[in-house]
Design a binder for this molecule. Structure first.
Ligand code: ATP
Length: 247
């Protein structure tokens, strides 16, 4: 069986009385894009943080490359783009990239080449020497993505990477994600944009902390007898609500 980059089993999490994840499991092998799709508050970010070992869980297990997180060596192999940008606003984009690149152990020509490549992927080459205070929200998102890509990680974990990014560049970023997947990287991406769901190899639809449905976009549409992922979501959501009412 292919190496599992991420292996989450029966994870449960609550904040006080708010149950945020209910026995959620997911597996991500190398060479796949897994989309975590769900409305605001569904539990996507909490699940991502649990995978990274940034949030403890109440039950179940989460592993990255067979290792329980947090683990410094494994962290070096992950490119993580958080939901909110953590950038040094007084620095330029290039200085941010250099700073994070050095933290990741990149040096000299290798770092310069990595910065040039990552900036080009997110279309920021011409703006690299501007301070972040002059950046728009979408530009900051793009810079955060460039930082996540910088050290050529085996696993990318991207929390809402395309928020505030225009459709043309969004296509460009997805084309890059496809290419990285084809090189054997594993990518976990959260979104509430249904159109992006169609581009994932596998999907997990999550609502109210419950994994409503999992599978390839084609399988999910076929099994629910509908033609879009949005319709799958609506149908699966109605089934979840009916199930609750029947109890
Ligand atoms: N540190 C925390 N303390 C208390 N409650 C939290 C904490 N983090 C998240 N929550 C709650 O957990 C639930 C799930 O939040 P989470 O951020 O995982 O959702 P999400 O699916 O990522 O939503 P969005 O798409 O809006 O980012 C929400 O009800 C949220 O208020």
């Amino acid at each position: 069986m292919a190496t599992l980059m991420i292996d989450v089993r029966d994870v449960a999490k609550r904040f006080g009385t708010n149950v945020v994840l209910k026995r959620v499991s997911l597996q991500l092998p190398a060479g796949k894009i897994l989309g975590l799709i769900g409305p605001s508050g569904a539990g996507k970010t909490t699940l991502v943080k649990a995978v990274l070992g940034m949030e403890s869980v109440d039950a179940g297990t989460t592993q990255v490359l067979g290792t329980t997180m947090p683990n410094r060596a494994i962290m070096q192999r992950i490119g993580y783009m958080a939901q909110s940008d953590a950038l040094y606003t007084r620095l330029t984009a290039r200085e941010n990239l250099r700073f994070f690149g050095e933290l990741l152990g990149l040096r000299g020509q290798h770092l310069t080449a990595a910065i040039a490549h990552a900036a080009q992927v997110v279309n920021l080459t011409a703006d690299l020497d501007r301070r972040i205070t002059a950046y728009s929200g979408g530009m900051k998102r793009r810079l955060s993505l460039a930082i996540a890509l910088l050290h050529d990680p085996d696993l990318l974990i991207l929390d809402e990477p395309t928020v505030g990014i225009d459709p043309e560049l969004r296509q460009q970023i997805w084309a890059e994600l496809d290419q990285l997947r084809d090189q054997g990287k594993a990518i976990l991406v959260t979104t509430h944009v249904m159109g992006e769901a169609e581009r994932c190899d596998d999907l997990m639809l999550i609502r109210g902390g419950v994994a409503l449905a999992q599978g390839t976009p084609a399988t999910l549409k076929h099994d629910h007898g509908v033609s879009t992922i949005e319709q799958v979501f609506l149908k699966a959501g109605r089934m979840q609500d009916a199930d609750h009412r029947d109890r």
